[in-house]
Write a protein that binds this ligand. Structure first.
Ligand code: SF4
Length: 295
């Protein structure tokens, strides 16, 4: 660790990489390579790391991602069972249904964990990269859900409106479009003039405001009564900043990662977290705020 740690009140979000893969090959996936060799992957070690993070920040958010969290429901249950009710829990998934895992299996898993799961984030891209389950399954989920869609490179802009119509009829649906975060920089994070996605969305939806912080931002829209957000985030999650009050330079952490083998990282860029140092982390107010809010 170069500098002492700071993070926001409640603690940095802890993203857990499940120790098993998905069956997809999305072109923008930066995790796939890590699942090519499962040696050393361990539910037990991940659970141990969840315990350590819970002890330091008992109210942080946990996000399960992969791979595919729902492709091994027993393992996911074992990890979820380690997370006390003080945390919010999000699951990033494609909602995979197969001969080994039926819709009923997924629904009963969600029902069993209804009080624990804050939101299921379901990937549904306009260009079909993943094997999709039936949209009717979304409406039957007993927990809140959100649709995530990466608008990658030359996405078909003319298909955005039909795509939104597809989900608008599903009760409870909201959409989060995402910019390719490997292409996000501090310079283009808030740039509106040269952002093609923003321009395309403004043509078909009503802009309702912008929220953001040092690390990420969200442009909010209303599309015929459905909430739509366009989300951008930097490809790393540490801001190095000098606090003028004490003259100390801090590593300000936004995301912490628990890797498939239980290792804990302080960033997406492969840097190990100094857990003992994080036990002494200084908290600052979360700088996420409404920057422009339309009424
Ligand atoms: S479904 Fe997720 S983990 Fe699997 S290839 Fe696509 S982006 Fe990567």
């Amino acid at each position: 660790m170069e500098h002492p740690y700071k993070t926001r009140q409640g603690g940095a979000t802890v993203t857990v990489f499940v120790p098993y893969d998905c069956k997809n090959h999305c072109p923008f996936c930066v995790n796939k390579g890590e699942y090519a060799d499962l040696t050393g992957f361990s539910v037990e070690k991940i659970c141990h790391s969840i315990d350590r993070m819970d002890a330091i920040t008992p109210a942080c958010d946990f996000v399960f991602t992969g791979g595919e969290p729902l492709s091994d429901l027993d393992s996911l249950q074992a990890m979820l069972d380690r997370i006390p009710a003080t945390h919010r829990v999000f699951i990033n998934t494609t909602l995979p249904v197969s001969e080994f895992r039926s819709e009923a299996d997924i629904l009963s898993f969600a029902e069993r964990n209804r009080r624990k799961i804050t939101c299921i984030n379901v990937s549904r891209h306009m260009q079909k990269y993943v094997v999709e389950s039936n949209d009717s399954l979304l409406a039957r989920l007993p927990v809140p859900f959100r649709i995530n869609c990466v608008l990658y490179k030359n996405y078909p802009a003319e298909k955005i409106a039909p795509y939104l119509e597809r989900f608008r009829v599903i009760p409870g649906a909201s959409i989060q479009f995402r910019f390719d975060y490997t292409a996000t920089t501090p310079e283009n994070l808030y740039d509106e003039d040269n952002d093609k996605i923003l321009k395309d969305l403004r043509k078909i939806a009503v802009y309702t405001g912008l929220d953001g912080c040092r690390m990420r931002c969200g442009f909010h829209f209303n599309y015929r009564g459905m909430e739509v957000t366009y989300h951008k985030t930097l490809p790393y999650s540490t801001i190095v900043e000098c606090d003028p009050k004490d003259g100390v330079t801090y590593d300000i952490l936004y995301d912490i990662l628990i890797k498939q083998n239980g290792d804990i990282h302080s960033d997406w860029t492969g840097i190990p977290l100094d857990v003992e140092a994080y036990e002494k982390v200084i908290f600052e107010p979360y700088d996420l705020r409404w920057l422009i809010k339309m009424t």
